[in-house]
Design a protein around this ligand. Structure first.
Ligand SMILES: Nc1ncnc2c1ncn2[C@@H]1O[C@H](COP(=O)(O)OP(=O)(O)O)[C@@H](O)[C@H]1O
Ligand SMILES: Cc1ncc(COP(=O)(O)O)c(N)n1
Length: 266
């Protein structure tokens, strides 16, 4: 049994965060563990409150996990503040965690800030370089590279800039652009300053219930890495799972509802 750890915030409505991650990991028939970084009072309409976990208690959760059941992959989502980010980075290094997928969650689909302003610098310098792959959406990628992304050409330039600055693979998710849902994976190649780029595209699914798509995709990538697959294959399979879960057209709640995580992986 492969074991996957999610380090993320709790979403009381169950569509994003820890809950989406655990459902995704379970749908992949793997063993899910969690270190909760924050509680959110949230539903499909909005985020109504956030209580951050004390950094010491994030550390305690990670010590309990890593000294007992070593995860085969780690997914990181909402991390709120600089102290929590530093704690996670230290523990990942201490326990030599592998297969780390970081979703640099900044703002929820419903428009609430989930990362404090003063946390961006620490996220950038302390945590993101530890990722096997990081998975920003378009607004997050704009923040990370400091330029606007309006087209697929802009995505290509942004991906190179982020991969070069962090020396980490990046998957820029294109869900926020119009047209097909096209995500771009960029990794460093063999030669210095050489980049390997690959597009992962699916037709846009007509479904406004997209709460938790990013959490679900990053957890599914972590599961596939845990299974020993290469990054490109992991992204391809994760996107297939995400698209299938969206196509189920689950329609819960009054706002942007969750996906059907129990969609059966073919
Ligand atoms: N309507 C859609 N149809 C198909 N795939 C989508 C749709 N919306 C988003 N996606 C996909 O969902 C994943 C998450 O994308 P995105 O919405 O950009 O990120 P986030 O949830 O972090 O804001 C990506 O693989 C993206 O291509
Ligand atoms: C606890 C938590 N983590 C992450 C998200 C982002 O998910 P989304 O972008 O779909 O709102 C969220 N809303 N809540």
């Amino acid at each position: 049994m492969k074991k996957v750890l999610t380090i993320a915030g709790s979403d009381s409505s169950g569509g994003a965060g820890i809950q989406a991650d655990i459902k995704t990991i379970t749908a992949h028939k793997m063993y899910a563990m969690s270190a909760i970084t924050a509680l959110t009072a949230q539903n499909t309409i909005g985020v109504y409150g956030v209580v951050d976990t004390p950094p010491d208690f994030v550390a305690a959760q990670l010590d309990c996990i890593f000294t007992d059941i070593a995860p085969d992959a780690v997914k990181i989502g909402m991390v709120s503040n600089p102290e929590i980010i530093q704690t996670i980075a230290e523990k990942l290094r201490e326990y030599q965690a592998k297969n780390i997928v970081i979703d640099p969650v900044m703002i929820s689909t419903s428009g609430s800030r989930l990362l404090s302003d003063d946390a961006l610098e620490t996220l950038h310098t302390a945590l993101l370089p530890l990722g096997t792959v990081i998975t920003p959406n378009i607004p997050e990628a704009e923040v990370l590279c400091g330029r606007e992304i309006k087209t697929k050409k802009d995505m290509l330039q942004a991906a190179e800039a982020i991969t070069a600055s962090l020396d980490t693979a990046v998957l820029i998710k294109g869900g926020h652009l119009s047209g097909d849902a096209a995500d771009l994976l960029c990794q460093t190649g063999n030669a210095p300053a050489a980049f390997l780029k690959e597009w992962f595209e699916s037709p846009r699914v007509e479904n406004s219930n997209t709460h938790g798509t990013g959490c679900t995709l990053s957890s599914a990538i972590a599961c596939n890495l845990a299974a020993g697959r290469r990054l490109e294959e992991s992204v391809r399979r994760a996107k297939k799972y995400l698209t299938g879960a969206l196509k189920e057209q689950l329609d819960l709640g009054k706002g942007a509802g969750p996906l059907d995580h129990m969609y059966r992986i073919p």
